[in-house]
Ligand binder design. Sequence first.
Ligand code: SF4
Length: 190
Amino acid sequence: MIDTMHLFVTNKCTNNCPLCCNKNYDIEKVPLPSEEELSSISTVCLTGGDPFLLGEKLDKIVNALRSRENIKNIYVFTSGYACLSYIQKFNKLPNINGVTLSPKSGRDFDAIWKLITNYCNKFSKLSSNRLYIFIDKYDDCNYTIDNSELYLLGDANEYLNCQVFLRTWVENFNSPENEIFRRIENYESF
Ligand code: SF4
């Protein structure tokens, strides 16, 4: 049974990662969510691009999803910098259940340090935050991770209420059977 929708809400992004999965498919060919799907799912993961770059439009999307009683959990995926910019501008997070931080650049890492230092109270109220650190696998059983990343893992866990995961890039990610990938055509269309 489908319970989770990954919803692509923008292609705007502050990074240009070589292995970005958005380069592997034509986003226009990703289906729009059906009314039946929107009425039955319990979790929505907003993705892009970086949804925080939408600013107030992100709040409109979140609030529209919130108006559906079946949707209990809304998470936003971000690389970090756009999340910091959003909080600095609006002094809040949207009405969501959690943020998944996945830094890709030095600017993202710096932004997450600023979130830890200045805005941890915004994250402590959320029920499920995650930090994904992408690491290089250099042979079958060894990985590289530098010391600054190690410190970040501990502090994000302690101050941003983040579960921490180490990941490697995969070129072709297949969604689990209970999850679907959809795109938004118009943020006011829900
Ligand atoms: S941060 Fe994410 S969406 Fe942006 S280019 Fe990198 S992988 Fe793609």
